[in-house]
Write a protein that binds this ligand. Structure first.
Ligand SMILES: CC(C)(COP(=O)(O)OP(=O)(O)OC[C@H]1O[C@@H](n2cnc3c(N)ncnc32)[C@H](O)[C@@H]1OP(=O)(O)O)[C@@H](O)C(=O)NCCC(=O)NCCS
Length: 151
């Protein structure tokens, strides 16, 4: 069990995580990691099963979390926290000093996860996401990784 880099060969392994899931499609994400200079991703393997994945873009010291998800039957076991901690450590190792993300206002699970890892709210995009009835805001969050690695 542990974090592994996502490569083209991992696509089939990741498919169950992305079936019927909201958010970016697996095809979109796999296209991103075709540019390894600016996109890095990891998945968490439990036995032979991929149970979590996290995808980042990074340019000139700035990282952005593009997507993170955990298999429904594995949630609330600390997996997302472990994977994000691992990934942020790896990004620091390649010179990333700040990581940003955006999250739906109503996604309290994800917001709790990010806050627990030291992300702070730095802005809001009103009516950014489409929802069934209307729209909802995006919350913009960021963490200073220099502060984290020096503490
Ligand atoms: C958000 C998500 C990645 C969390 O994964 P997870 O492995 O269950 O999270 P963890 O077990 O590491 O939880 C870490 C912290 O996040 C918060 N959290 C996670 N799930 C939560 C929930 N359902 N309700 C409230 N807080 C929650 C808690 O603060 C938790 O710490 P605690 O268990 O000590 O209270 C998972 O729910 C998921 O895949 N959701 C669907 C995809 C998604 O929304 N991704 C984020 C896109 S921005």
């Amino acid at each position: 069990m542990g974090a592994q880099p996502i490569q083209a060969i991992t696509r089939e392994k990741l498919r169950p995580l992305y079936e019927a899931a909201a958010g970016p499609s697996l095809n979109f994400l796999m296209d991103l990691i075709a540019q390894p200079a600016t996109c890095t991703a990891w998945y968490w393997e439990d036995g032979t099963e991929a149970v979590a994945s996290a995808w980042f873009s990074h340019v000139a010291g700035e990282g952005e979390l593009i997507d993170i998800r955990v298999a429904e039957n594995k949630r609330r076991t600390g997996l997302a926290g472990s994977l994000l901690n691992f990934a942020l450590g790896e990004l620091v190792g390649v010179g990333v000093t700040v990581c940003r993300l955006e999250v739906r206002q109503s996604n309290y699970a994800a917001r709790g996860l990010y806050e627990g890892l030291g992300f702070e709210t730095v802005g809001q995009r009103p009516n950014y996401y489409r929802v069934q009835e209307g729209r909802e805001d995006a919350i913009l969050m960021a963490v200073n990784l220099e502060a984290m690695s020096n503490s």
